[in-house]
Design a protein around this ligand. Structure first.
Ligand code: 5AD
Ligand code: SF4
Length: 458
């Protein structure tokens, strides 16, 4: 069949979708860019906020209507669709309820079970429908190392599954299960194979990636010892990956301040391939809120982690996530978040309006910050961040950034864009023909809150 995977949610989902594409291709199906040409359409869902789940379920509903040729959907963009599947986090949250919302869904499969998809498609082709596959919390997925044969220079690699943090508001542990660290030797082999295929940049994924090797050992007794004497599993993984020839950059996400150990900082300092950027979600700047959320750090501890990273490199990029309107968040809690963001000097920030998720601890609390007030707090933080982003980027004018060329800019094809080590978007005019994934040195001439513009120096 021709197929298309439509992805919502975080990088984990993007990675799972890629693996599914590779598994389906290996089973003889043909990936198409244009959903309109696809006979099989799979929606990979997110459930972190109510709106995210609604979007994925709504999309699936439209596809089913198109499949059945109902109403307006008959003339819809999905004329070719014959099988519709839903995968990912929302499936695990909804369970059987998924078929109440989507009665004619062909199959639904939770995270950690996506390896079953080619088999489920075969069953649907044989006439079954309404299949539900829910993974156990400790399930180790099959097909996790499947990568397509595409010629992208960047790749995600999952290293840690699930999450054991249990923050009060977060549904992720319920849907993505318990933490499981993949053996380091598997990760190293996967990245080595990617590098041999021309991948220049990998991004290691885990909900709380610095907990790699904490719940279960990632390094086994017969693995070669760490040449640099690293004792912590994640920095040791960075050391091993740094030695892979052809690989230029190593990124990872997401992090928790407890993972910002001296060994991690030493790895950043010692291995030039490890990009000096960390996505370190703070969620709130109020100690009272942090405690309620079960974040296990104080404002001061969070700021100390940021200071530690910036101490060895003042240009070290720190980005974050913030939630506004958590139950009981007062004006003074909110002001504490505002001031923390200023003190931390974030290079970028994603702000989310609190959304109660069924089954989480905070869902039992009244969602008492009015929507309009959540909206106001969101806007205030975003406009603060615009000013801060401008100031942080202004400091980079005149510096030369090492950029990996990503491709022509969407707005102006004569210009290309790429990212520097700090994950900042850099726009430049190539001096001649340029291949995607080539490192380019760019001197910054102009700064904006979200992008840098410069000239190629070599
Ligand atoms: N409501 C709003 N935002 C949430 N996040 C996680 N759970 C919720 C929720 N219930 C945000 C956090 C997290 C990001 C991925 O989504 O900021 O870091
Ligand atoms: Fe959404 Fe969280 Fe699942 Fe990612 S892990 S897709 S953010 S619910």
């Amino acid at each position: 069949m021709t197929f298309h995977v439509h992805t919502y949610g975080c990088q984990m989902n993007v990675r799972d979708s890629e693996a599914v594409e590779a598994l389906l291709a290996a089973a003889g199906h043909v990936r198409v860019d244009d959903e309109a040409d696809a006979e099989l359409v799979i929606v990979n869902s997110c459930t972190v906020r109510d709106m995210a789940e609604r979007k994925a379920v709504g999309k699936c509903g439209n596809l089913i209507a198109a499949k059945e040729g109902r109403g307006r959907a008959r003339r819809s963009a999905n004329a070719a669709v014959k099988i519709v599947g839903l995968m990912g986090c929302a499936v695990k949250r909804m369970g059987l309820e998924v078929f109440k919302s989507l009665p004619n869904l062909d199959f639904a499969v939770g995270p950690r079970r996506f390896g079953a998809i080619p088999h489920l498609v075969a069953r649907c082709l044989a006439g079954e429908k309404g299949i539900l596959e829910l993974p156990d919390d400790d399930e180790v997925p099959t097909g996790m190392d499947a990568h397509g044969s595409g010629n992208s220079f960047q790749s995600y690699v999952t290293v840690l599954l699930g999450c054991d943090n249990r923050c009060s508001y977060c549904i992720v542990p319920d849907v993505r299960g318990h933490e499981y660290s993949r053996p380091a030797r598997e990760v190293v082999a996967e990245v080595r194979a990617l590098a041999a295929r021309g991948v220049k940049e990998v991004c290691l994924l885990g909900q709380s990636v610095l907990r790699y090797g904490v719940r279960n050992p990632a390094w086994l007794p017969d693995d070669p010892p760490s040449p640099g004497g690293y004792t912590e599993a994640f920095p040791r993984l960075l050391e091993a990956l740094s030695a892979i020839e052809g690989l230029e950059r190593i990124r990872f996400t997401s992090a928790h301040p407890k993972g910002c150990t001296d060994e991690l900082v030493r790895a950043y300092a010692e291995f030039p391939k490890v990009c000096r950027h960390l996505h370190l979600p703070v969620q709130s700047g109020s100690d009272r809120m942090l405690k309620e959320m079960g974040r296990r750090y104080t404002r001061a501890e969070y700021l100390a982690a940021v200071a530690k990273l910036r101490a060895f490199d003042p240009e070290f990029a720190v980005t974050t996530d913030v939630i506004v309107g958590y139950p009981g968040e007062t004006e003074s809690d909110f002001e504490a978040t505002r001031s923390l963001m200023e003190e931390a000097g974030f290079d970028n920030a994603f702000v989310f309006k609190y959304s109660p998720r069924p089954g989480t601890r905070s869902a039992a609390l009244p969602d008492d910050v009015p929507t309009a007030e959540k909206e106001r707090r969101d806007q205030v933080l975003l406009s603060d961040q615009q000013v801060r982003g401008q100031a942080r980027n202004d400091r980079l004018v005149g510096t030369v950034r090492e950029v990996l060329a990503e491709g022509p800019s969407l707005r102006n094809a004569a210009r290309w864009s790429g990212r520097d080590g700090g994950n900042r978007i850099v726009v430049f005019e190539p001096k001649g023909p340029l291949v995607v994934g080539t490192p380019v040195k760019v001197r910054i001439a102009e700064a904006h809150p979200q992008i840098l513009i410069g000239e190629v120096v070599v």
